[in-house]
Design a protein around this ligand. Structure first.
Ligand code: 4AD
Ligand code: MG
Length: 430
């Protein structure tokens, strides 16, 4: 018999189908067994009745253990109470592979235990929901930019220089030379937008973050659009439109996943334009007024971000940060070289900064000075300076941290569950 996927079961009502998957859970009661079967596309309950099946099938069923692989055949019947809306009246059952005592059970497990078993943990219902949402978010991001005529131009991962400062670089040996794992694809997108106008890259980025917070990974995925002739204002609008598009898509396609995660959907439904915007100086005043221990001129820490978004149900855009706390490549106000044309998007509900962006310095001499004053090796940036040598132009872009965005959308506190295999300061396994 052909394989049917559980996701397609609704079209097969009344028919006998074959499902190939794994046993998620088993309840036994005398002459009946209730099998929760999963096949990766969904979950369905199979009902096995001793009097409906052969002796061999009933005997085989005594060997069922959690996560053994099975092929079952049964009739698809409507069942209003079932989460999938259907159940299977089983006729046949084959155990394809037995399972040792499965380490992840219904009881509470510690974080370290679950992370050690991440390769199995991703089979669980909750992890499944999160990673499906991740898939849809990635698709939505790409669709958003592709529909606007952007070209996807991937950036390298081995790079000869830093982009976001030298403190979080992972260094590797590159045939006797030094190479660094990319912190951001931006420096490669800037020449890219001179070639194609509107580009984006999407890939893993690496930061040797020594902070063990719930918002930091050492390997995370970043989406980085870069647009020629776009200014800071355009950059803010693009980020706003993109986030609205992504959220709308997730609401359309991931209702059941959000439900599994007990996500309050109203918190996502209200994500509509326009988002609130405040100047960095205004943000400082708010913090001082709230009595937060914050020194104006500094970058915001988590408590500051939380105090700033308090009362907002949409991402908060903070713009015009002091140049001193931002990267070398940012352009500054024409009449105020201390203030950068930058923006951070702070997600509501305490999920922190999800987007960082700016207008880029397009003046060759100023940029050279900035590289110097940031103590960066100027030779390494010669190629990058060419963007200013051969037809310079105003341009802007941003980076969206995928995992933080997913943590926000899913409403989960720790970023480690938003990526299939998290890399944290003290975790390189599995
Ligand atoms: O603000 P960041 O450092 O910006 C850049 O890297 C720019 N070059 C992007 C650009 O303009 N093309 O990082 C962008 C985003 C942050 O807002 C945050 O969401 C995420 O990347 N991020 C991290 N996510 C998880 N773990 C970390 N250690 C992260 N560091 C940054
Ligand atoms: Mg940032």
């Amino acid at each position: 018999m052909h394989q049917t996927y559980i996701s397609d079961i609704a079209a097969r009502e009344g028919e006998t189908v074959e499902i190939r998957g794994w046993l998620y859970n088993l309840r036994s009661g005398g002459k009946l067994k209730f099998l929760q079967v999963r096949d990766g596309t969904g979950m369905i309950q199979g009902v096995l009745s001793k009097k409906e099946v052969s002796e061999e099938v009933w005997t085989a069923a005594q060997e069922l253990t959690q996560e053994c692989s099975i092929i079952v055949q049964g009739q698809v019947n409507k069942d209003e109470r079932a989460p999938s809306g259907f159940e299977l009246w089983l006729k046949d059952l084959i155990i394809v592979g037995s399972a040792d005592e499965y380490p992840i059970t219904k009881k509470e497990h510690g974080d370290a235990f679950l992370l050690d078993h991440r390769h199995l943990w991703i089979r669980s219902r909750r992890q499944h929901a999160i990673l499906r949402i991740r898939h849809q978010v990635i698709k939505a991001m790409r669709d958003f930019f592709d529909d606007l005529g952007f070209i996807n131009l991937d950036a390298p991962i081995f790079t000869p220089n830093a982009s976001e400062g030298t403190s979080t670089l992972f260094e590797t040996d590159y045939f006797g030379d030094k190479a660094y794992l990319s912190q951001s694809g931006q420096l490669y997108m800037e020449p890219g937008c001179a070639a194609f106008g509107k580009v984006y890259c999407f890939g893993p980025t690496f930061r040797a973050e020594k902070s063990k917070t719930r918002k930091h990974l050492t390997e995370f995925w970043m989406l980085e659009p870069e647009v020629a002739y776009m200014d800071l204002r355009g950059c803010m609008e693009l980020g706003e439109d993109m986030l609205c598009f992504i959220i709308r898509r997730v609401l359309e396609r991931c209702k059941s996943e959000l439900n599994t995660l007990d996500r309050d959907i109203s918190k996502l439904e209200c994500i509509q334009k326009p988002f609130p915007r405040i100047h960095y100086k205004e943000a400082c005043e708010i913090l001082v007024d709230k009595g937060i221990d914050f020194t104006p001129g500094d970058d915001f820490g988590t408590p500051d971000e939380e105090a700033l978004v308090e009362g907002y149900d949409k991402p908060l855009l903070i713009h015009h940060f002091p140049a001193a706390i931002k990267a070398f490549y940012m352009k500054c106000e024409a009449n105020d070289p201390e203030t950068s044309l930058s923006v951070d998007f702070i997600a509501p509900e305490g999920f922190g900064e999800i987007i960082g962006g700016s207008q880029r310095e397009d003046n060759l001499d100023i940029l050279k000075q900035k590289i110097k004053s940031h103590d960066l090796p100027s030779e390494a940036f010669e190629w990058y300076l060419d963007v200013r040598r051969y037809g310079t132009f105003p341009h802007s872009g941003f980076g969206l941290g995928l995992e933080r965005t997913i943590a926000w959308i899913c409403g989960i506190r720790h970023i480690r569950e938003t990526i299939p295999y998290p890399r944290l300061m003290h975790r390189l396994k599995p």
